[in-house]
Design a protein around this ligand. Structure first.
Ligand SMILES: *[C@@H]1O[C@H](CO)[C@@H](O)[C@H](O)[C@H]1NC(C)=O
Ligand SMILES: *[C@@H]1O[C@H](CO)[C@@H](O)[C@H](O)[C@H]1NC(C)=O
Length: 224
């Protein structure tokens, strides 16, 4: 045997492979990894909220959640995150209560949800503020908009019960200044996933107070 052990052999093979990369190849690899956006830790933060400003025509909005004709489409964002449910008891009946979201929104998903740049964060407000149970918060440097909002109308997802309900959202209060300050309506639609386990599992497989986090994606359309 020429090689005393396998690792020396593997090392030499890798060395030969590396030497075969020209400096141009190495530069190309580096250039492809370079991002147009700032990175904060492992998160990539976009530099503007709302780059798709034309209302898509390929999704039919159910009547129950349509916005008034006078509402003007502002932009859409794509959301990816988890819905949190807590096994709770109300009037003696156990069920999965929605207790939070841990969601990030991006401007676009050119190749499906991947390492895109987050522009907005979405989570529950504890306690609610002026009627708004949830928050949209800009995480774009220079945009300080922050909105307390909540669902105003809801319809089951036309794509099946495993997907979060499609909802119309109203803002209740805002602070800061930026892209989220002046929307009057929003829609959460085209949901994929996010529904809780069956209510019958709360109190059997799960105890009161247990939480689950269910992954989902959606489109969020904003109007003013
Ligand atoms: C679970 O129970 C809650 C509260 O009663 C109810 O609103 C919800 O529709 C139930 N979920 C299912 C899937 O039936
Ligand atoms: C359900 O969760 C909300 C918070 O979203 C909370 O205010 C409420 O008390 C919870 N209901 C029960 C029955 O635990």
């Amino acid at each position: 045997m020429y090689f005393k052990n396998n690792s020396l052999f593997i090392f030499l093979v890798l060395l030969v492979l590396l030497i075969n990369f020209s400096p141009e190849d190495v530069f190309a690899i580096k250039r492809n990894n370079k991002h147009r956006y700032r990175r904060h830790g492992t998160h990539c933060i976009g530099d503007k909220i709302g780059t798709i400003t034309e209302e898509p025509k390929d999704i039919e909005i159910p009547e129950e959640i349509q916005v008034p004709d006078s509402a003007k489409f502002k932009f859409l964002l794509y959301a990816i995150g988890t819905a949190e449910y807590t096994c709770a008891k109300l009037d003696g009946v156990k069920y999965w209560n929605t207790t939070n979201y841990d969601t990030f929104l991006v401007n676009d998903i050119p190749i499906g949800f991947g390492p895109e740049c987050f522009v907005v964060r979405h989570y529950f407000s504890y306690p609610p503020y002026k009627g708004g149970k949830a928050i949209y918060e800009s995480i774009v440097p220079g945009d300080t908009s922050f909105v307390w909002e909540g669902p105003d109308a809801s319809v089951p997802s036309p794509d099946g019960p495993e997907n979060l309900a499609w909802i119309r959202i109203k803002p209740y209060a805002t602070k800061g200044e930026g892209a989220l300050n002046d929307f009057t309506w929003a829609l959460r639609i085209a949901t994929v996933g996010g529904s809780p386990p069956p209510n019958s599992t709360c109190g059997t497989d799960y105890e009161e107070g247990d939480t689950v986090h269910i992954r989902y994606t959606s489109q969020n359309w904003y109007y003013n």
